[in-house]
Design a protein around this ligand. Structure first.
Ligand code: FES
Ligand SMILES: [Fe+2]
Length: 341
């Protein structure tokens, strides 16, 4: 159920300092820290000796010393020394993971390090592009990351889950068109002559009827960029106020997910009050999703092979997304089997 040979969001750059920072990713314990030169390091968070999480130890310069018997490991994962003896035993090393910092995020490659190509880091330039004003957040969700992908590829739920912020009946009542384009799923909906939901009144300044759209662009395994905007009903797009919602879902375990999100707008860029409004409203909106997704996961149970026997029209995006993801995972597993023959 996981794609490994890809960059996945591991942390905000701001989270990683010269201190040990543990985070479980794809059910592997990882410890991050920043060296004194500023480079981000990711090591297996499990001592080679007796498996104590290294994150319970301490930094000695740019090395990590285990908090149990003091074995020391460098940023390259190699053992440095063992207190009380002159030699290192065989196997005195821990796994390292390729990491890259880009667009204010730390990205990790959980698969074959030989395939880690920095040019493949997802483009979320909205986080550091001067033409956009972003706000950021994080939710830990006790649900399979694929349920979040489904949720973001079918935004009809705004009409039922998010009526206090971004939703009203116009969303679910407008048809969605989903298709696969260049290795992504694009699920698009255009809503005409709608009442503006509360968020659209305050964040975009529209009190009368609006036309609005959203397009979720899903890239496996867990990136959904939602292009959205609104304008006075009947106006052309030059009158639109546009935002991008960047959603990065990285599995923690089979049934829990690190959900990194940001909302960027291309208007009213230097408005701190609007920043805070959008941040708090987005947080509230995703709090509502968290309730739904965690209840859905409890209802499904822990079996990752669950199936949904009933499909309705709004499932077209999630179905294509699942199909694309499954094909990518299968291709990766076939390639690694061939390589091992
Ligand atoms: S468990 Fe780490 S040094 Fe013993
Ligand atoms: Fe939602």
């Amino acid at each position: 159920m996981w794609l490994r040979d890809c960059w996945q969001a591991a942390a905000y750059s701001s989270e990683i300092e010269h201190a040990l920072f543990p985070r479980r990713l794809l059910d592997e314990p990882v410890v991050f820290y920043r060296t004194s030169a500023g480079a981000v390091v990711a090591l297996a968070d499990r001592c080679a000796h007796r498996a104590l999480p290294l994150s319970l130890g301490r930094l000695r310069g740019d090395d990590v010393q285990c908090g149990y018997h003091g074995m020391c490991f460098g940023a390259d994962g190699q053992g440095r020394f063992v207190p009380g003896q002159d030699s290192l035993p065989n196997g005195a090393h821990v796994k390292t993971y390729p990491v890259v910092e880009k667009h204010k995020m730390v990205w990790i490659w959980m698969g074959d390090p030989a395939r880690a190509d920095e040019s493949l880091v997802p483009d979320i330039h909205y986080f550091d592009d001067p033409g956009w004003a972003p706000v950021f957040g994080y939710h830990r969700i006790d649900a399979d990351y694929r349920l979040l992908n489904d949720n973001l590829l079918d935004l009809s739920h705004e009409s039922f889950v998010h009526v206090e912020t971004i939703g009203n009946s116009y969303v679910a009542d407008s048809p969605v068109v989903a298709r696969i384009v260049d290795g992504t799923v694009r699920a698009h909906r255009f809503m005409q002559n709608c009442d503006p939901p509360p968020f659209y009144v305050r964040a975009a300044g529209f009190e009368e009827k609006i036309d609005r759209w959203h397009t979720t662009i899903y890239t496996p395994p867990g990136l959904c960029v939602i292009e959205n905007g609104s304008m006075p009903a009947g106006a052309d797009k030059s009158f639109a106020r546009e935002r991008r919602v960047i959603n990065m879902m990285t599995p923690e375990t089979a049934t829990s997910t690190h959900y990194f999100w940001g909302t960027a707008r291309s208007y009213d860029l230097d408005n701190a009050e609007l920043d805070e409004y959008i941040r708090s409203q987005t947080h509230t909106t995703f709090d509502q999703d968290k309730v739904i997704l965690e209840a859905q996961q409890r209802s499904l149970g822990p079996d990752p092979e669950y199936a949904f026997p009933v499909a309705i029209k709004v499932d077209s995006g999630p179905i294509l997304g699942r199909r694309l993801l499954a094909a990518a995972i299968e291709a990766e597993q076939n390639a690694s089997q061939l390589a091992s023959v």
